[in-house]
Structure formats: structure tokens, C-alpha cells
Design a protein around this ligand. Structure first.
Ligand SMILES: *[C@@H]1O[C@H](CO)[C@@H](O)[C@H](O)[C@H]1NC(C)=O
Ligand SMILES: *[C@@H]1O[C@H](CO)[C@@H](O)[C@H](O)[C@H]1NC(C)=O
Ligand SMILES: *[C@@H]1O[C@H](CO)[C@@H](O)[C@H](O)[C@H]1NC(C)=O
Ligand SMILES: *[C@@H]1O[C@H](CO)[C@@H](O)[C@H](O)[C@H]1NC(C)=O
Length: 235
């Protein structure tokens, strides 16, 4: 149900979420539907554990999104040990997926540059121009940069920097830190993700991710050359 609304763009994301939620509530918040689907999946997984056919992304993500949106209806029906079973599996999965996610955006030129590490509560938008890698840190709404960087939109790694990242931190590949803050003041205006559209949400929708990359490309317009290897990595 998300697919049909994917092209509508960032301004519509609130609407989109509402519409989707309404539809999901109509179709799926009847507990039996979700649970019988879960049971069916469990049987499949049990017989054929970890094979690709039994863990197809679409079914899995659909089930998870529905469960998340129907959370109140579902959790009130689960007892403590059932809740623990679910939390335990989700935590294990989250740790593994986070590890996998951190490896994103690693295939780029110049190859001599280490991958920049995305800060938690935000992410990095990166683009290569003329064998120079540029990454712009962005914080989620409700967070702000630990160091003032109003006039410092991005960091660079290139032959000029001896293939090390420029950063306000000493050494390493950490480019920024996003700390909790009710008033974002330390960064440039475009260095924050909008409300209801944090890094992971942006990364979840191809068109939103493309917009963020395009915006950074337009901010690099004074640097001549083909813009390539554009990518967004979330912390
Ligand atoms: C919870 O499920 C019941 C039916 O089982 C449904 O009538 C109700 O609307 C659901 N609650 C929400 C918040 O969707
Ligand atoms: C999985 O195994 C159970 C019992 O071992 C069986 O009832 C069920 O039909 C099997 N499911 C599939 C998809 O093979
Ligand atoms: C929780 O529910 C499951 C399934 O109905 C049951 O097997 C289990 O004994 C219950 N656990 C507790 C602590 O009530
Ligand atoms: C930001 O958070 C980090 C660790 O979470 C902490 O060490 C640092 O002091 C914080 N900086 C500011 C300006 O709050």
C-alpha cells in the first residue's frame, strides 16, 4: 500500500502516512488477520529455515509495518513472555541489520578514502566530484550538531587531504555528532532532516533519498565535474 504513494514526494509524507495508516487500520488491525498471517509465516520458516523464499522482504516488511501501526491493538493481547519473544528477536535482528546498514555507501571513488561513519540520530549525504569525496552530515529533527558548523556544510576526502576525512573531531572517520536539542542552531538550514522525516524514513523512500542527494548536488554546483556515487547513509 506504500508503493502507490511513493512518488508523491516529501510534502505529502504526512498525508501519505495518514492515508496509509487509515487503510492499514481498516484492513489489518483486526488482530486475527495479523496473527494468522504470522502463524502461516512461522510454519514456512520452521520447515525451510533461512532460505530466501521463506524470508521475502515484501512479506516481512509488510507484516512488521502493520504490526508497528497496530501496536496498541496487538500488545494488549500479548502476555509478558510473548512480548519478550518478540522483543528478543527484534533486538537480535536490529543489531545485525544495523551492522549491515553501516556497510552502505562503501563502493565509491576515490577508493583510497575510508568510508565516513554516519553519526547516530542523523546521517551523511555523500557525492564524488573529480575524485574528491564530499559528505554532508545531517541531523534528525530534535537534534543538533555538537560543534558549530554553520559555514561548514560538508567534509572532504581526496588526494589533497591525503585520503583522510576533514573533520572537527580528532582523527578517525567520524564527521559529526548529533546531540539532543530542541533548537537547532549549530548547522546550516539544510543540514537538518525535516520533522517526521528522519534519516531512516528518507532512506526508506527512493524519491525522498533522491531529493536529499539532489539538494546536496545543487549545493556543490560551484565545484566543476560530474557528480557521481551519490548516496545517503544513516547512523
Ligand atoms: C482493534 O481491533 C478491533 C477489531 O478486532 C477494531 O474494531 C479496532 O478498531 C481496532 N483498533 C484500532 C485502534 O484500530
Ligand atoms: C511445515 O511442516 C508442518 C509440520 O511439520 C506441516 O504441517 C506444514 O504443512 C509444513 N509447511 C510447509 C509450507 O511445508
Ligand atoms: C502466554 O501465552 C502463551 C500462548 O497462549 C502460553 O503458552 C504461555 O503459557 C503464556 N505465558 C504466560 C506467562 O502466561
Ligand atoms: C554530545 O554528546 C556526546 C556523547 O553523546 C557528549 O560527549 C558531548 O559532550 C555532547 N556535546 C554537547 C555539546 O552536548
Amino acid at each position: 500500500m506504500v508503493v502507490t504513494t511513493q512518488t508523491e514526494g516529501r510534502n505529502n509524507i504526512d498525508n501519505m502516512t495518514q492515508t496509509t495508516t487509515r487503510r492499514v487500520l481498516l484492513c489489518f488491525c483486526s488482530l486475527t488477520a495479523v496473527l494468522s498471517y504470522a502463524v502461516a509465516q512461522e510454519e514456512d520458516v520452521g520447515n525451510n529455515s533461512c532460505s530466501s523464499t521463506s524470508l521475502m522482504f515484501k512479506q516481512f516488511s509488510t507484516l512488521l509495518m502493520e504490526a508497528a501501526r497496530c501496536a496498541e491493538n496487538i500488545t494488549s493481547q500479548w502476555n509478558d513472555s510473548q512480548t519478550a519473544v518478540v522483543i528478543n528477536s527484534l533486538q537480535t535482528l536490529t543489531v545485525l541489520l544495523q551492522k549491515h546498514k553501516k556497510a552502505a555507501c562503501q563502493e565509491f571513488e576515490p577508493k583510497q578514502c575510508p568510508a565516513a561513519v554516519a553519526q547516530s540520530k542523523g546521517g551523511l549525504v555523500c557525492v564524488t566530484v573529480n575524485k574528491r569525496r564530499y559528505c554532508k552530515p545531517r541531523c534528525n529533527e530534535g537534534y543538533d550538531f555538537a560543534f558549530l558548523r554553520n559555514s561548514r556544510l560538508y567534509e572532504e576526502c581526496s588526494a589533497d587531504t591525503r585520503f583522510k576525512w576533514t573533520t572537527q573531531y580528532i582523527g578517525g572517520n567520524k564527521l559529526a555528532v548529533c546531540n539532543k536539542s530542541s533548537r537547532p542552531i549549530a548547522g546550516a538550514k539544510t543540514a537538518y532532516f525535516p520533522k517526521n522525516q528522519d534519516c531512516l524514513t528518507t532512506k526508506s523512500y527512493n524519491d525522498l533519498e533522491a531529493k536529499v542527494i539532489d539538494e546536496f548536488i545543487s549545493e556543490l554546483k560551484d565545484i566543476e565535474g560530474t557528480k557521481e556515487y551519490g548516496c545517503l547513509v544513516c547512523g
